[in-house]
Design a protein around this ligand. Structure first.
Ligand SMILES: NC(=O)c1ccc[n+]([C@@H]2O[C@H](COP(=O)([O-])OP(=O)(O)OC[C@H]3O[C@@H](n4cnc5c(N)ncnc54)[C@H](OP(=O)(O)O)[C@@H]3O)[C@@H](O)[C@H]2O)c1
Length: 295
C-alpha cells in the first residue's frame, strides 16, 4: 500500500487528553465540572449507541454527561419545552438533540435546533453559530468538519492554496467543511484554511473529473465505496467521512483498497474521522462552560 494511514483514533485520543487536562484546570479554578446534556427521543438503536458513547467519552474527560429520554411520540411541544428548560438550567452547559428525530411523528427538526441557546449549541447547528462561521468569526465549530481540520493540521497536511473537493453539501458536514477550508484564517491557523474549494453534490456534472482535479478529496455522501480509484488524483489526500453498514461491516464512501494505492494519505473507516467527532464535542462543551462562566 502506498498511502499513509491518517490515524483518527490516535489524534482523537490526543485531543481528548488535552480536553481532560483543561477540564481539570477549569475545575481546579473553582468552576463546576462542565455538563453536556443529550436529548434522545425514541428508541432508535443507533442513536442509543451514539448517545451512550458520548456520555462515556464525557465521563473520561471529567465532563458530566446527562441524557434526557423522551418517548417516541412525546411530540414537538414537549420536546421544545424540554429544550427551553435546559436553556435556562444554569447547570447545563451544552445541549445536544440526537438526530435524526423519529420519522413519522411530525417533529420539526429545524424548529428544535433553532430553539437551542446559541451559547449552549455545542453541535454548532444554530443559525447564529452557522452565521458566525460564514463571517469568519466562528464561536463553536461543527464537530465533524472541525475534527477533520484538526486531523489535517496534526498530520502536517496544509490546505493553503490547495484544490479541495468536498463531496456532499449537508448542513452537518459538507457545507461547513467547505466554508472552514475556504476561510482566510482557520481554527488551526492558515495551514488549514485558504483552500480553493469545490463543493460537489448529486447534480455535479462529471463528478469523476471534478474529484480527479483535487489535491484533497473529502467524501461525505453516505454511499459505500462510490469514490473509486480512477476518481483520485495521484498523491491526493483522501478523507472519508462516510459510515455505511454493508453486511454487518462498516465501510466508507471511498473504495479504500484502490484509493490507498493512489493517494499519498487516507483515512480508514472505521478509525478515521468518526472518533474525532466526539473529541470535538468534548472540546465544544468545555468551551461552552468557559463562555458561560466567563472563565
Ligand atoms: N464520521 C462521522 O463522525 C460522521 C458524521 C456525520 C456524517 N457521517 C457520515 O457521512 C456520510 C454523509 O452524511 P451527511 O449527513 O453529510 O449526508 P446527507 O445529509 O445524507 O447528504 C449527502 C450528500 O451527498 C450528496 N450525494 C448523494 N449522492 C451523490 C452522488 N451520487 N454524487 C455526488 N453527491 C451525492 C447529496 O447531494 P444532494 O445535496 O444533491 O442531495 C448530499 O449533499 C454518511 O455516511 C454519514 O453516516 C459521518
Amino acid at each position: 500500500m502506498k498511502a499513509e494511514i491518517l490515524d483518527g483514533k490516535r489524534v482523537a485520543a490526543e485531543i481528548r487528553a488535552e480536553v481532560a487536562k483543561s477540564v481539570e484546570q477549569f475545575v481546579a479554578s473553582g468552576a463546576p465540572a462542565p455538563c453536556l446534556t443529550a436529548v434522545l427521543v425514541g428508541e432508535d438503536p443507533a442513536s442509543q449507541v451514539y448517545v451512550r458513547n458520548k456520555a462515556r467519552a464525557c465521563e473520561k474527560a471529567g465532563i458530566e454527561g446527562r441524557t434526557h429520554r423522551l418517548p417516541v411520540d412525546a411530540g414537538q411541544k414537549e420536546l421544545l419545552a424540554l429544550v427551553n428548560e435546559l436553556n435556562t438550567d444554569a447547570n447545563v452547559n451544552g445541549i445536544l438533540v440526537q438526530l435524526p428525530l423519529p420519522a413519522g411523528h411530525d417533529y420539526d427538526e429545524r424548529e428544535i435546533l433553532d430553539a437551542i441557546d446559541p451559547l449552549k449549541d455545542v453541535d454548532a447547528f444554530s443559525p447564529i453559530n452557522v452565521g458566525l462561521l460564514m463571517q469568519g468569526r466562528p464561536r463553536f465549530l461543527p464537530c465533524t468538519p472541525h475534527g477533520i481540520v484538526q486531523l489535517l493540521h496534526r498530520s502536517g497536511i496544509s490546505t493553503s492554496a490547495k484544490k479541495v473537493c468536498v463531496i456532499g453539501r449537508s448542513e452537518i458536514v459538507g457545507k461547513p467543511m467547505a466554508m472552514m477550508l475556504a476561510q482566510k484564517s482557520g481554527s488551526c491557523g492558515p495551514d488549514v484554511a485558504n483552500a480553493t474549494v469545490t463543493l460537489a453534490h448529486s447534480r455535479t456534472a462529471d463528478l469523476a473529473a471534478t474529484c480527479r482535479d483535487a489535491d484533497i478529496l473529502i467524501a461525505a455522501v453516505g454511499r459505500p465505496k462510490m469514490i473509486t480509484g480512477d476518481m483520485i488524483k495521484p498523491d491526493a489526500v483522501v478523507i472519508d467521512v462516510g459510515i455505511n453498514r454493508v453486511d454487518d461491516k462498516l465501510v466508507g464512501d471511498v473504495d479504500f483498497d484502490a484509493a490507498a494505492e493512489i493517494a499519498s494519505a487516507i483515512t480508514p473507516v472505521p478509525g478515521g474521522v468518526g472518533p474525532l467527532t466526539i473529541a470535538m464535542l468534548l472540546h465544544n462543551t468545555l468551551m461552552a462552560a468557559k463562555l458561560q462562566t466567563g472563565r
